[in-house]
Design a protein around this ligand. Structure first.
Ligand code: ASP
Ligand code: MG
Length: 588
């Protein structure tokens, strides 16, 4: 007999009929002999409606009272569902977050879960009861020791469910929702988007906007860290949905369930070479031609970065295994002969990466990494960031120093440091899903000094203002005074604030200035098999070139390749990439 946690979202319990249907489904699972902990959201749009009521009275209601108000939504649905189960003859008992002992931080409206006390639930399960728990809520111990009701933030019931599965050691956490599972891309944008039967939590996190539309990212983060298997499926059908997996197995520490270390791995790969092409023409097909030639000749490219420039030229930088440098160099030279541009190469380089689900949404992490390295005088040759990874390329002679500094900074022990671990993702698909991010803006800081600490200073200033950067690219070319440009993308909503955040810094760099790029969107292809499959990036660039789409920026990470394109090219780019990797059902 196994223990299952099943979560039903707002639409799944949106009416009395739906609640009765859910009760029947639970009764069937019970008949199969499972022990069941059920987590439910508030009925339908209850949370929105309650928020609306408060807003009629006040534009700025106290957060504590908002939590008191919103937590009632889930209290209604757990009671009704338990009543429905009783009607079917299934012994059931509802419990609020406080009754269970879902202990959270005291920050109202966005509390993170510290601990789930399991005694009370376990006692009821032993009696053969189905335990129905209110999602989205918990209890904090306020300064005077008095318990307060807290909520986890909108969409937080998913996180409640995975937290319960983690602490109870459930075999599976099933999330019943109004979509069939996780699709290869947004079906509203690409008609033939297809269900993914499985994917890893890391892939889900890298698919950012796509994944977040299905599951609360904090739930995915918990599942990833503690190795909980999560299945997302429709509450309307019996289809199996999408199974999310994770190989990690953190033990329940004392630091608080959702508070553990944000970074849990450091990886170094040495004997890398960097090839930097500058002043290449900015037109469709250039990246496709170059990387296709490399891939045809069997050169496996790792990081790829392309920055935009004023005028009509680009810089493209990439890394390969040092052994492949002579071959790669020859190919680049041949290409440059035809299209124009310059090549610089550098060997004896190391790729250093930190990883962890906690990197997502916490801009301070990348800033800390860059600061840690720059304080030791280590220059960053290349930077690549994604949702769960930050990589940079440094001089190999500084490896030992870097390992010490980074391990100390992120409190990593020896077991979390891997040196030349070998290729990941063998046997996995090169691309599993494709996402379009339309909320990004592109910005460049022109003329920054080329010395250790520049990227760190930029990232820290923005991180202090709570602004996350993506696709940070340092230009290949240097201005006459030795300065470089750094380009990045950030959320459109943060753009205004970035001016203020960077002003003091820019004042210190003579001639440096912040420039807005044209309106853009970002297309990202994600697949665990990407590092093990040569030519993935080339195929993506070719698909874009064939659709006559110009690539403004390229940024890759271990399992993600992203291209920034003009805003108007976003949808066609998404479709082209989705089709090129044969992700749709039309390709079956
Ligand atoms: N009812 C809460 C909300 O709408 C929590 C949830 O549904 O996950 O945000
Ligand atoms: Mg929800």
């Amino acid at each position: 007999m196994s223990l299952l946690v099943q979560k039903f979202g707002g639409t799944s319990v949106g009416s009395v009929e739906r609640i009765k249907a859910v009760a029947k489904r639970i009764a069937l699972s019970k008949d199969l002999g499972h022990e069941l902990v059920i987590v439910v959201s508030a009925m339908g749009h209850t949370t929105d409606e309650l928020t609306g009521l408060a807003q009629i009275i006040s534009s700025n209601p106290p957060q504590r009272e908002m939590d008191m108000l919103l937590a009632t939504g889930e209290q209604v649905s757990i009671a009704l569902l338990s009543i429905a189960l009783h009607e079917l003859g299934v012994p059931a008992m509802s419990m609020t977050g406080a009754q269970v002992g879902i202990v959270t931080e005291s920050s109202h409206g966005r509390a993170r879960i510290l601990e789930v006390r399991t005694e009370r639930i376990k006692a009821r399960l032993e009696e053969g009861q189905v335990v129905v728990v209110a999602g989205f809520q918990g209890t904090s111990l306020s300064s005077g020791g008095a318990a307060e009701i807290t909520t986890l933030g909108r969409g937080g019931s998913d996180t409640s469910a995975v937290a319960l599965a983690t602490t109870l050691g459930a075999e599976l956490c099933e999330i019943y929702t109004d979509v069939p599972g996780v699709l290869t891309t947004d079906p509203r944008k690409v008609e033939d988007a297809k269900l993914m039967p499985t994917l890893s939590c890391d892939e889900m996190l890298e698919l950012a906007s796509l994944g977040a539309a299905v599951l609360h990212p904090r739930a995915v983060e918990l599942a990833r860290n503690y190795g909980v298997t999560v299945r997302v499926r429709s509450s309307w059908t019996n289809d199996p949905g999408t199974t999310l997996t994770s190989k990690n197995k953190r033990s329940l520490g004392r630091s608080g369930l959702e508070l553990g270390r944000p970074v849990d791995g450091l990886e170094l790969v040495d004997s890398q070479a960097v090839l930097g092409l500058s002043h290449v023409p900015d037109k469709p097909g250039v990246a496709a031609d170059l990387f296709e030639k490399l891939s045809t000749d069997g050169v496996n490219v790792d990081l790829i970065i392309q920055a935009t420039h004023e005028g009509n030229s680009n810089d493209i930088t990439f890394t390969v295994d040092e052994e492949e440098l002579p071959k790669a160099q020859k190919i680049c030279e041949a290409v440059l002969k035809q299209i124009g541009g310059y090549l610089v190469t550098q060997s004896e380089m190391t790729k250093l990466s930190i990883s962890g689900a906690g990197i997502m949404g916490r801009p301070g992490i990348a800033a800390t990494l860059f600061e840690t390295l720059s304080r030791r005088g280590i220059n960053l040759r290349l930077i690549a960031t994604s949702e769960v990874k930050v990589s940079c390329v440094i001089d190999s002679s500084l490896d030992a120093k870097a390992i010490r500094a980074v391990s100390e900074s992120f409190e990593l022990d020896e077991s979390q440091v891997k040196i030349n671990p070998g290729v990941n993702g063998v046997g996995e698909p090169e691309v599993r899903g494709v996402a379009l991010d339309q909320a990004q803006a592109q910005v460049s800081v022109r003329g920054v000094p080329d010395k250790p600490g520049t990227a760190a200073a930029l990232c820290s200033a923005l991180a202090d203002a709570g602004i996350s950067l993506d696709a940070i690219v340092q230009s290949e070319r240097q201005q006459k005074n030795g300065s470089r440009d750094i380009s990045f993308t950030l959320k459109k909503n943060d753009r205004q604030q970035a001016d203020n955040a960077l002003a003091p810094l820019l004042a210190k760099w003579p001639g440096a200035q912040l420039k807005d790029g044209p309106e853009i969107t970002r297309v990202s292809a994600v697949g665990a098999g990407m590092p093990a499959t040569p030519g993935t990036a080339a195929r993506m660039f070719r698909a874009l070139a064939e659709a006559k789409i110009n690539i403004a920026m390229i940024a890759t990470s271990e399992i993600r390749t992203s291209c920034v394109v003009a805003k108007t090219d976003g949808l066609p780019a998404l479709k082209a990439v989705h089709t090129c990797f044969q992700l749709g059902f039309q390709d079956d």
